[in-house]
Design a protein around this ligand. Sequence first.
Ligand code: NAP
Length: 251
Amino acid sequence: MSTTTSKTVWITGASSGLGLALVKHYLLTGHKVIASARREGELKHLQRLYPDELYFIPFDVTKDSDIDTAKAALEQRTKRLDLAILNAGTCEYLDIETPDWALFERVNQVNYMGMVRSLQVCLPLLKTTPEAHLVGVCSQAVQAPFIRSEAYGASKAAVRYLLDSLRLDLAPDDIAVSCIMPGFIDTPLTQRNDFDMPFIMSPEQAAHRIEQAISKRVYEYAFPKRLSAVLALARLFPRTWFKHNARKRSK
Ligand SMILES: NC(=O)c1ccc[n+]([C@@H]2O[C@H](COP(=O)([O-])OP(=O)(O)OC[C@H]3O[C@@H](n4cnc5c(N)ncnc54)[C@H](OP(=O)(O)O)[C@@H]3O)[C@@H](O)[C@H]2O)c1
């Protein structure tokens, strides 16, 4: 996306972490942002600084009943949508000793079905906007298996497939589709992790990199490259990855 022409961007999961950093990044580079999440939080303060450029639409991505209201609000606010960044997400880890099986449903309802509901909100507007762009936030977790990530990793693998398939189906509508696969970012989602997070970066660094990738309309963007390289080795040598990670759990 060009930074010289003002575009209209819808960002989900905009109240915190990566989503909030993306909101700030697009506002600072002269674009109009429509932000969605359940909480308005810091976006309220930002709206005072950017009263004409930032607009908030409450949207719980787990609720079917929110789809029509969010869609109507979006279409009332703007006649065109150049870019939709479907970023809302959550993470819960499985404890295999005392499994909380319900967490699969919770994680799936936000990460995968939440993206499907978000699509229902934005797709009609994307279809009527020339050269529109749909971006989904996935994760490097899909590149190799991680311990306790049965639910999170599976939901993000579903997201990746969803985006790959949409890319084919939306090509006739001239809608580009990108899958963003971040490594570790220092956000409330990861601040509760009790394990090492190699190559972790700030939300601002991540937002900048993502904006660069989006502007090139890449199919897929996995970063940081150092983590991608480690995970590529894990795929090449799955037994070594298995031994290393299985050892970790039995510590
Ligand atoms: N942090 C990382 O290391 C990392 C790595 C790879 C991928 N990611 C992905 O990046 C995305 C953003 O994560 P983050 O790290 O920035 O996490 P975060 O700080 O916890 O932010 C998550 C965002 O998602 C929104 N959200 C959660 N549940 C929602 C729901 N039911 N309805 C609507 N919005 C909901 C939250 O807003 P409300 O609570 O206000 O609704 C919040 O704005 C996620 O998709 C995550 O999987 C993160």
